[in-house]
Write a protein that binds this ligand. Structure first.
Ligand SMILES: [Fe+2]
Ligand SMILES: [Fe+2]
Length: 247
């Protein structure tokens, strides 16, 4: 069962986070976070995840809006825990799927038939008006996927960071928001050292996102980062040796 958390809300704009438990691997807890933005009667869904959670996520979305009103589905990269359910969503909605241009051709391997439904993001990223806000697709290539984007929302000032900031929490201590960065660090370290390609990429992304005023950072796995914890994360990630640096 997913849990719904409202991350932002005003009269015409809403961000909802859905969190799913990875019940198959109870010793190593990898929560899956999906996000839904609703504005002016339309919705945008972020990283819908695998086949396995499709029905539950569909029901969770339906608690907030008719899923047929999802106009866009953003896929930060190609992984199965991000895009595995693309075929289900292509049948259940009329939505377009926004993903890096280097991954569009691979979506047929998840069973997607109508390739016209894909919107290919150029490497440099893009800006898009959605409802009463503007969204920025910020390049985050090689963090970890070679065609990878994070998403900044001007209105809510939320930065969706995909696998950047992802944490594998111990099942006996699962929390929604990072309150003690030092305590959280061991749950970030191994994942980022192994999955992220190298410090050059980390530095580039950190300098790109520092241009925005960020209220909270929302990763695809694990807990939210706000204020000081976000600053501590960015400082840590900016200097992280990972991937090729420690080969
Ligand atoms: Fe991934
Ligand atoms: Fe992931």
């Amino acid at each position: 069962m997913s849990e719904d958390t409202i991350l932002y809300e005003d009269s015409d704009y809403k961000w909802i986070m859905f969190s799913f438990d990875d019940e198959e691997h109870e010793d190593r807890f990898l929560s899956l976070n999906q996000y839904l933005i609703i504005s002016k009667g339309s919705a945008l869904l972020i990283d819908p995840g695998s086949d396995e959670i499709f029905e539950e996520l569909y029901a969770a979305v339906a608690r907030h809006i008719d899923p047929k009103k999802i106009k866009l589905i953003f896929l930060s990269h190609q992984d199965p825990d991000v895009a595995g359910s693309i075929t289900h969503w292509s049948v259940a909605t009329q939505a377009k799927f926004v993903i890096s241009k280097i991954w569009t051709r691979f979506m047929s391997h998840y069973g997607l038939v109508d390739m016209e439904r894909l919107v290919a993001l150029e490497d440099k990223g893009a800006k898009l008006s959605f409802g009463s806000s503007v969204l920025h697709f910020i390049p985050a290539h090689f963090l970890h996927s070679p065609g990878n984007f994070t998403l900044y929302d001007e209105k809510s000032k939320i930065l969706f960071s995909g696998d950047i900031g992802a944490a594998v929490l111990p099942p006996w201590d699962v929390y929604k928001e990072v309150e003690d960065f030092d305590k959280h660090l061991p749950f970030l370290e191994g994942f980022h050292q192994r999955y992220m390609a190298g410090n050059l990429f980390c530095k580039k992304w950190v300098s790109a996102v520092r241009k925005y005023e960020i209220e909270q950072m929302a990763p695809q796995h694990g807990a939210l980062f706000k204020k000081e914890e976000l600053e501590m994360f960015l400082a840590w990630f900016d200097n992280l040796e990972c991937g090729g640096d420690i080969l």
